[in-house]
Design a protein around this ligand. Sequence first.
Ligand SMILES: [Zn+2]
Length: 265
Amino acid sequence: MPELPEVETERGRLAARLEGRRIDTARIDDPRLTRPDEPAWIAAGLSGEHVDAVERRGKYLVVRLAGGQVLVVHLRMTGSFRYEPASHERAVLELDDGTRIAYRDVRRFGTWLLLEQDDAERHLAIRLGPEPLGRGFTAAHVAGRLAGRKAPVKAAILDQRTVAGLGNIYADESLWDARIHPLRPAGGLTAEEVARLREGIRRALRVGIRRQGADLGDGTYAGGRMQHEFRVYGRTGEPCDRCGTPIEKTRAGGRGTWYCPGCQS
Ligand SMILES: [Zn+2]
């Protein structure tokens, strides 16, 4: 499932082709992508529109159209944009310079919403906390979100209102970086640990962006290199890079969770 670094990588590639161009024609073949709206209605809304900007907010892609509307795309499990014909194409955009952009989605959980600007901002604001790499992501914000919560800290940081864009992989990597055990009650962290956690989240996401995300072998986010640098995720039994203790797997918030029992406490 794509997280902030994978979505940011998709954003960069899409922006390079789409920004400043006009969508000549849009075709949407899968009604699941746009429901409750009719795919033909969304396609008609996109056709003929100029694209001002392709932005990212959390795990959402935000395509700003010159006419004032905003296409809000969530890739969910397996959504991606392709620039050569691909299997499992659910939608195709043809641009004024001849570029063909396909939206591919094997599992079909992705969504495209075409919203007025105010509705788009509201849609995102009620679901997402501050961008973890932006100024609003302060230790005070993290502390406020964790305070009084008995849930495991791993579950608390997966809440998109705590950390927009964080998912299962980078949550584990962040907690390893911060040397915090994933099952610790969220409300029990000291101020010093919260500060470490904030830094750990930012560091893990920055590495992920630099490596163009993680390619987990299914070809969806091909080209990512983060999978070669996981410290704990998926590494059951391998020695910790910091202390040599074998990595263990547990569950937190219903998700498979990897950590080092030697140096995460
Ligand atoms: Zn360790």
